[in-house]
Ligand binder design. Sequence first.
Ligand SMILES: [Zn+2]
Length: 400
Amino acid sequence: MTDQVDIPGTPGQVLALIRAHGDVTRAELVDRTGLARATVGARLDALQRAGLIAPAEMTSTSRGRPPSRFRFRHEGGALLIADSGATGVRLAVTDLAGTVEAQSRLSLDIATGPDEWLDAVMSAFTGMLDELGLSGSAVHGIGLALPGPVDNVAGMVVSPPIMTGWDRYPIRDKLATHFTCPVVVENDANAMAIGEHRLAHPDVSSMLMLKLATGIGAGLIAGGAIFRGADGAAGDIGHIQVVVPEEGTPPQCRCGNQGCIEAYAGGWALVRDLQDAGLEVATVHDAVQLIASGDPTATRLLRRAGRIIGIALSDAVSLLNPEVVVIGGELAAAENHLFAGIRESVYARSLPLATRRLQIVPAAERELAGVRGLVTALCDHLYEPSRVDAQLASAAGVHA
Ligand SMILES: [Zn+2]
């Protein structure tokens, strides 16, 4: 045999083909990789020994013959997914293909600080795994989305405007005291952008994902891939400052500045304004309920929020010329009035060429958009072909 490094279609690449196409036959793999039949057989054996793939057919029809169809062994482990906003976190335990086996939502303020916050999330995960009858060793990876700028290589939050105690906190070291598996950390809006792009708009090369929840953030897809900027801070649209003449003195933002988009139109600002109008609301969830009930003050404030968000969005549209703007997050559940306000500003303020083909649509995965995106990012990492090859090589070394 020649040097393996020069052969296309490593085991990791064969696994990528199987994951992308569902079940695949030996003959299809020979076709797609250009490898010899015997080499494909060796790749399949290695992947099967590692528990990554399984025969896709019942053995009764092929007694005595090696199986001819293979599939990804999605049931071979579990992923832990935590998609956090500023005041709450959605937790999911999924199989290795991202099918949700259990989910819950915790009210947990990110300002609690990383130690307490991560302990609470990990203990909730332990409870969910117990209920599913799974042990910690079944966990193959953890995906975590946080509402601040993230250095996703280091797995750290960097200089967040509001997350006290999180700046450069060693999240992976902390999680390693609970689970020994790879950890992917993403910005919350980036996670949604990755998921919505891959699952709902895979052929779009330029997309803007706007997350409207307690805070406001955006994730950018440019040239078909997530665009992070120089320091992972791209898309921090919520702290763009605007002057809205009819609003008088610009409101104070959580970040210390005045007149940020989120200080007018974020979930927390909406709660503030509803309270000022004498309505009984304590959380963004209450505000969304009030809007759903048709309360005239709440719907008027939401439409105004949409118009102000649209001011910053129209600048982003002029700069980036996205084909699709996807809007998700808790506030997007109240889409009618919000979208009307956003469209009003964007079409009035952007240049016609930038909006000629522009679509403004709700997140296809709704409240699971962040979870789906984290699964996508985590699986891209776990099953990156060179990573799989390295694992198989080290396992073979141990057994030799
Ligand atoms: Zn701000």
